[in-house]
Ligand binder design. Structure first.
Ligand code: MN
Length: 259
């Protein structure tokens, strides 16, 4: 089992080291991660500049590759030939903040896993719901154990090509985590505010500010599970088709505007 580990927070983020450690009991671990923080960068394919890769050493002495590309570029590099041989599983994280509901479209952590799914490789994104205003360093130890056990259970099964799981872990000591729930995406509520200020030359600039996102903690959703102390596992797919609207649209008068 050859496992590619990546993240969107940068190669030296403590969550990446925790995930690399967690995967070591499951197979041969390779780390390729961005050289800086790409959080909320969405799904990126860098086509208009070269990608550079260098070898770095993580805090525990692990050799890793660092790239100036996005998280999804790091996965592409790993799957298209930077690593010797085939990759069996791609894992991304552990992101220090949750990726729930609509977050998956913004998340560099999740889109790195999506890149693997596009290449037909199974992938898991891991995020920890730590408070945004935490003053002390984040403790990834419980999330590390959860990641190891969740990945082990996923590996035990015959996975369909492009299997993609979005895992969110409540920020609790291991013994206080209530269990695991298989969920659907919930409804995220954003509290973004556009801040307009003037630069020193009097030209306006804009900054997206506002409060941290909340969500509707509905039963059966990722938000509901994490809010009530459970690890949430949401199976995702990249087919975003709104199947319930196909028949509706078919009934409209498209023949009138066909050239
Ligand atoms: Mn991040």
């Amino acid at each position: 089992m050859r496992i590619l580990v990546t993240n969107d927070d940068g190669v030296f983020a403590p969550g990446l080291l925790a995930l690399a450690r967690a995967m070591r009991s499951l197979g041969e671990v390779w780390v390729i991660a961005p050289d800086h923080n790409w959080s909320a960068s969405g799904h990126v394919k860098t086509l208009h500049r070269p990608l550079r890769v260098r070898e770095v050493e993580l805090a525990d002495g692990t050799t890793a590759y660092s790239s100036d590309g996005a998280p999804s570029d790091c996965v592409a590099l790993g799957l298209m030939g930077l690593l010797p041989g085939e990759v069996d599983l791609v894992v991304s994280g552990i992101n220090p903040n949750s990726n729930l509901g609509h977050d998956v479209t913004y998340s560099g952590t999740v889109t790195a896993a999506m890149e693997a799914a596009i290449s037909g490789k199974p992938a898991i994104a891991f995020s920890l719901e730590s408070p945004e205003d935490l003053s002390e360093p984040i403790d990834f130890s419980a999330a590390e154990r959860v990641a190891e056990q969740v990945a082990a259970e996923i590996i035990r099964h015959d996975l369909p090509p492009g299997f993609l799981a979005n895992v969110n872990i409540p920020c609790l000591p291991l013994e206080q985590i209530k269990g695991i729930k298989i969920t659907r995406q919930g409804l995220r509520i954003y509290h973004d505010e556009l801040v307009r200020r003037l630069d020193p030359r009097g030209v306006p600039y804009y900054w997206i500010g506002g409060g941290v996102p909340t969500g509707v903690p509905e039963e059966g959703t990722d938000i509901g599970a994490v809010n009530s102390g459970y690890v949430s596992i949401t199976p995702l797919k990249l087919d975003l088709t709104a199947h319930d609207q196909i028949d509706l649209l078919k009934g409209w008068k498209w023949q009138d505007i066909t050239p």
